[in-house]
Design a protein around this ligand. Structure first.
Ligand code: DGY
Length: 320
């Protein structure tokens, strides 16, 4: 059986695939594959492992319906038309759980960095502007005892809650499609409406998936309802905020700061005004990028491929 992989992945996962007798071809170039190139490669393979942004849409699936399994090297699956895959009988696997701590760590890092203007201060040092001794200059805001609002309280949001309570004794409120009883019992998290999440959060951290319900949920209307001292964090999907509206909100003082590990669009262009704002910190979608996490993700993806090629139920399938 032959597998095509859209990026180089951890050697531990390649070993698992090799041990299962699967022949692997990895795309080694830095640039993203063009859609036609991806189709061309898939034509000669039985399975596909998608690491990166390749779109697995209805058109792709109708051409590549011979694929026995598609495994994603991500927990998010907004790049896949899951109903279309299901119609073609193609199981889709993802990598939940193993990246929760690393992704929450990234959101936490952004929250801290924004609260103390850390990225901006670093840029000033590079400009030779060391010497910040004036007592009223360069002030950040303390996170101690503040209210953390979580939009989408699943595994990653739970980790963010745990860290924020442990380090800053923050009060956690959340808005979700469903109540999260575990979070309510373990972290005293309080379920609130979306409007209340906006008006009460000192830090509002997004941990939801991208869907038609969450697309550009954070727009001018939402930013206007937030506290003027609030920090907006997004380490989930850039499409959940409207980036032009975010720039305007920060310029007009509707909110205080923002930390983004995901941008809308990606990649963010170097002339984006967010990159020069003192109370903004931006990272290039590195949420799960630790050696340990990426290895664990690749191993899950490999196990999904092996199961799919054997005609077994995937250990982590997103199809119903
Ligand atoms: C994920 O796993 O969904 C990460 O955001 C990588 O895309």
């Amino acid at each position: 059986m032959k597998l095509f992989v859209t990026r180089a992945i951890a050697p531990e996962a390649l070993q698992l695939l090799q041990d299962a007798g699967i022949e692997v071809t990895q795309w080694q170039e830095q640039r993203e594959l063009e859609p036609e190139e991806l189709i061309g490669h898939c034509m000669n393979h039985h399975a596909l492992l998608v690491a990166g942004k390749s779109k697995i849409d209805r058109q792709f699936l109708s051409i590549c319906h011979h694929l026995k399994v598609i495994a994603l090297h991500s927990v998010g699956y907004d790049n896949v038309d899951v109903p279309a895959a299901t119609e073609h009988g193609i199981p889709i696997g993802n990598t939940p759980g193993v990246l929760s701590a690393a992704t929450a760590e990234t959101a936490f890092l952004l929250m801290m960095a924004v609260s103390r203007k850390a990225f901006y201060m670093h840029r000033r040092i590079l400009n030779g502007e060391w010497g910040f001794t004036a007592p009223m200059d360069n002030l950040g805001i303390s996170l101690q005892g503040k209210t953390l609002g979580i939009f989408g309280l699943g595994k990653i949001g739970m980790e963010m809650a745990r860290k924020s309570i442990a380090v800053y004794d923050m009060k956690v409120i959340y808005h979700n499609r469903h109540r999260n009883e575990e979070a309510e019992q373990t972290y005293g998290a309080e379920y609130v409406s979306f409007e209340e999440l906006l008006s009460r959060s000192d830090v509002l951290s997004v941990h939801a998936g991208l869907s038609s319900e969450t697309k550009e949920k954070f727009n001018t209307d939402a930013f206007r309802k937030m506290k003027k001292e609030a920090i907006f964090i997004n380490a989930a999907r850039g499409g959940i905020h409207n980036e032009k509206d975010l720039v305007t909100a920060l310029n007009n003082g509707l909110i205080w700061g923002a930390g983004l590990d995901v941008t809308n669009p990606e990649p963010m262009q170097p002339d984006n005004p967010l990159l020069t704002m003192p109370t903004v910190a931006v990272l290039p979608h590195i949420g799960s990028a630790t050696v340990e996490t990426r290895t664990a993700m690749a191993e899950i993806a490999a196990r999904n491929i092996i199961a799919g090629l054997r005609g077994e139920r995937l250990p982590h399938a997103v199809n119903p």
